[in-house]
Design a protein around this ligand. Structure first.
Ligand code: ADP
Ligand code: MG
Length: 396
């Protein structure tokens, strides 16, 4: 008698492949539902009040400027209220905030959003910052260096379906491209261009060290710095999102950056791991730079208290530790933990994508105001960095 072979309860590689295919199918169908009818993200429209707020105009001034007719007039939207498209809003911002925009002889300021840990809102912060700056009239390039492609997804592109390896920074890592220009594409958000990511970016972690061994003058840590040279003259701000590790790509992002933003939830584990991040970064920097007689300085390093849960009593203590450790690097603003931001992200969006009419306006307002404050503070730092750039040019 032969014993019947029992079904093997272990999961084979084929099972896992099947599962992964199923996940892709579900994501694809979910996108169809969320972003119906054509599964593409759309940029928001803005009320007269919103445009006035961005341009810091009083109601009467705004009405006068609209009447004068030399700027876009918007169109009558639902409820016959005047509505401005994103493109129109940015024309207003560029016109009314000219003194806050990039001076002619200055270059883009590059900002990397980084932290060892996943889930600390790096990608959300990167996208929100890019949107907030773009609304204020700046031209922004975002670069996704995380193989997981969350930033890419937030811009409505599915890393596996919509992004080919050649559209990512991978060709830079293999050395078939030197300038990032080939990979820049427009997004649904007028005024923000993107260099997207997909899973293939993981192979950069093999390509870069292997080139380091093979090519005499190659510096694996400077690939991105050199690649964005031309972009620095075309954009006002470049925002780089990074993966939750100090990978070869993250090192590239950090060394290409003029400013760093580290989102940090006030929890014990997140705080201690932030310390490890700096330890490791300092080790690497002394290995790669100091030992070669080079150096690196940042225009600003910001610690951004993120996902702050007001109900959580222990977070108050950790906030004190964070302030004691990071001093005035801590931005004077806290991003509240809200279901609004969590939900909006689930719908491939941020507070700037969300229609306030659709949600509890008080919760939305709190998160929105906090992000607006972050954008304002960072814009101030960008302006000071531009002033320094010009100051240095004048000294030469
Ligand atoms: N202010 C917030 N409150 C609560 N959840 C948030 C907030 N901001 C972002 N999230 C959620 O936290 C998760 C991690 O965010 P993400 O930006 O992907 O982090 P990271 O890039 O650091 O991994 C996402 O599910 C996102 O929706
Ligand atoms: Mg991320």
């Amino acid at each position: 008698m032969t014993t019947q072979l029992k079904h093997d309860p272990r999961l084979s590689l084929d099972d896992l492949i099947e599962t992964s295919n199923r996940v892709s199918l579900v994501i694809e169908s979910v996108r169809g539902t969320m972003l119906a009818p054509n599964a593409k993200k759309r940029s928001p429209t803005f009320s007269t009040n919103k445009v006035a707020a961005i341009c810091k105009l009083e109601k009467a001034q705004m009405d006068y400027r609209v009447k004068k007719g030399d700027l876009p007039q918007g169109s009558k939207g639902s409820k016959r209220r005047r509505e401005f498209s994103l493109e129109e809003t940015r024309i207003w911002a560029k016109n009314e905030r000219a003194e806050k925009l990039r001076p002619a002889n200055a270059e883009a300021i590059t900002i990397a959003v980084a932290n060892f840990k996943g889930g600390v809102t790096k990608s959300t912060t990167a996208v929100t910052l890019a949107q907030g700056l773009s609304l204020r009239g700046h031209n922004v390039l975002v670069i996704d260096t995380d193989p997981q492609g969350s930033l890419t997804t937030l811009f409505g592109l599915l890393p596996n379906e919509d992004v080919s390896d050649e559209q990512t920074i991978l060709p830079l890592c293999f050395g078939s491209e030197i300038s990032i220009d080939y990979a820049i594409q427009p997004t649904y958000w007028y005024g923000i261009d993107i260099v997207p990511a997909n899973l293939a970016l993981y192979s950069a972690e093999f390509a870069l060290p292997s080139r380091q061994k093979g090519e005499k003058t190659f510096e694996f840590w400077n690939v991105l710095t050199h690649a964005i040279d031309t972009a620095r003259t075309k954009y006002d701000v470049i925002v780089i999102d990074t993966s939750p590790s100090l990978s070869y790509l993250t090192i590239n992002a950090l060394l290409a950056a003029d400013g760093l933003i580290m989102p940090l939830p006030p929890s014990t584990l997140d705080f201690t791991s932030s310390g490890q991040f700096w330890n490791l970064f300092n080790d690497l920097a002394s290995n790669l730079l100091t030992n070669r007689g080079k150096t690196k300085s940042f225009e600003f390093v910001d610690v951004l208290l993120a996902r702050v849960d007001e109900e959580d009593k222990s977070s108050a203590v950790v906030r004190e530790w964070i302030t004691a450790a990071y001093g005035n690097m801590v931005l004077p603003v806290e991003i509240p933990k809200t279901s609004v931001t969590a939900n909006a992200t689930a719908e491939f969006g941020t507070v700037y994508d969300t229609d306030p009419a659709m949600i509890d306006s008080r919760t939305y307002r709190r998160a929105f105001d906090a992000y607006e404050r972050v954008v304002e503070l960072v814009e101030g730092q960008i302006q000071r960095a531009w002033e320094r750039q010009i100051g240095v040019q004048n000294e030469i």
